[in-house]
Design a binder for this molecule. Sequence first.
Ligand SMILES: *Cc1c(COP(=O)(O)O)cnc(C)c1O
Length: 426
Amino acid sequence: MIENPQLRSSKDLMDLENKHGAHNYHPLPVVLDRGEGVYVWDVEGKRYYDFLSAYSAVNQGHCHPEIINTLKEQAEKITLTSRAFYNSKLGEYDKYITEYFGFDKVLPMNTGAEAVETAIKLCRKWAQELKGYPEAKTKIIVAENNFHGRTTTIISFSNDQEARSGFGPYTPGFERIPYNDLKALEKALEDDHVAGFLVEPIQGEAGVVTPDVDYLRKAAELCHAKGALFMADEIQTGIARTGSLLAVCGNCTCEGHCERQEATYVRPDVLILGKALSGGAYPVSAVLADDKIMKVIQPGTHGSTFGGNPLGVAVAMSALDVVRNEKLAQNARKLGELFRAKMNEYIEGSKVVNLVRGRGLLNAIVINDSPTSDTAWNICLRLRDHGLLAKPTHGNIIRFAPPLIMTEEQLLDCVDIITRTLQEFE
Ligand SMILES: *Cc1c(COP(=O)(O)O)cnc(C)c1O
């Protein structure tokens, strides 16, 4: 029994986790206790800028009052009914989210990995039922260095050895091709039984790897020419993070309410959302598609006890309201440009940082050291000391993804912390 957790120090709490929890993460040594907007506080009361935003799940900022109010109100009314019965929130949500993103139907799930699994199942069933592909030949193309979650099927098509090794036997039916390589996609699509192409518009976990401007549009065109589904995993890039409602919106800042005429816009056949869909208040994910695809899902074919629960969907509507009302895409775009401009100024005279890349407020700097060195980790420890939390991804890359409600003044303060810290490593 813990008598009074408030009296425990960071060290005690880290020891508790290490002793009693499985070691499936390697956290930065800081114990967070409270969050508000762009800030989080540790148990000793020290304040930090959050530059990870729970991997872009708290785009709306920590404990956004509107979202938390919705959560409280709904929690006091009803939280879970299961899908054995109708509930009074789900229909409203289904209408809201399909209009928001412009699709006929939504299939609600909870975590990102579940939504990806749902998309895979949907794609396979669509190809087998409506196109007559034989089960054993149905194939989904994925990209090298992808990150789509942690289930057995998803890690089956990952090339991250840490994520894969020891977890076989693996699910068949996937082919991996290099990311941002249209020729490779064209070649892979020569197979007559490709059901779809599953891709991240920007590879977040791989280190914010941003493809050529026309890659996604052309990839979708190639898929469509071959009758394969173009499936966008926007779990990390979506919901205003990259300066538009979705990363596939390209340069459009309309928050999802224009005709999307931008030359770079590509409408995915299957859209996968998670993370910021709930503003970090509750696990909510979704798969969106039109009737001609979603109709293959019939009673008994798929489901989840918590998927579409009244608490989750109420929170999600509130979280999406905040994105639209507070114009978070526009803010992410404006601050992202400022951030990269400032970082580029610094990089000109830097030996430690090679480059900054990204879109909107999903950015990363590449440290001039081997991926196996601990330079990026040490920089993150110093950033922490200076009041800013970020974490390396793939060794020598540091991702910077603050909440999108940040002000320009706060961003400049953060740029100052980051450049002062980097200076110590020059
Ligand atoms: C985080 C993430 C997932 C997995 O989401 P979980 O909620 O952790 O299961 C899938 N795809 C992408 C692109 C992600 O960033």
